[in-house]
Ligand binder design. Structure first.
Ligand code: SF4
Ligand code: SF4
Length: 124
């Protein structure tokens, strides 16, 4: 079961997780062309080895340990993580569209500052 990046990454995107991932499965990295345009980062669901190193590294607790552990209101972002693995321009556009869909569908969650957002997930 892959780890999943969720909405506190939006507006944060600091790549602390990238620096600790032993298998380089979190994208886009700062040195990848797509980084500037990406709204958040994504974990490749098949390359992730479930080591857990990224979880304590994330300053906003955006990363859940599995799909099952991820709140149902983040389901669109589970799909975005999965789509982005394809890595081409179309996949990135699809992932970004899913992120915008999530943002539009959850103004209540997104109104909470990124640093406090994960703690609020249980309320929604
Ligand atoms: S759980 Fe490990 S392998 Fe998976 S994204 Fe996090 S650091 Fe990378
Ligand atoms: S450490 Fe957290 S906020 Fe930073 S890029 Fe990774 S998932 Fe996003």
């Amino acid at each position: 079961m892959p780890f999943i990046i969720t909405d506190p990454c939006i507006e944060t995107k600091d790549t602390a997780c990238v620096d600790v991932c032993p298998v380089d499965c979190i994208h886009p990295r700062k040195d990848e062309a797509e980084f500037a345009e990406a709204t958040m980062l994504y974990i490749h669901p098949e390359e992730c080895i479930d080591c857990g190193a990224c979880v304590p590294a994330c300053p906003v607790a955006a990363i859940y340990e599995s799909i099952d552990a991820t709140p149902s209101h983040q389901a669109t972002l589970i799909e975005a993580n999965a789509v982005y693995r394809l890595g081409d321009a179309d996949a990135m556009a699809q992932a970004e569209a899913l992120v915008q869909q999530h943002v539009a569908a959850h103004p209540d969650i997104m109104a909470i500052p990124a640093a406090e957002r994960q703690a609020s997930h249980a309320r929604f």
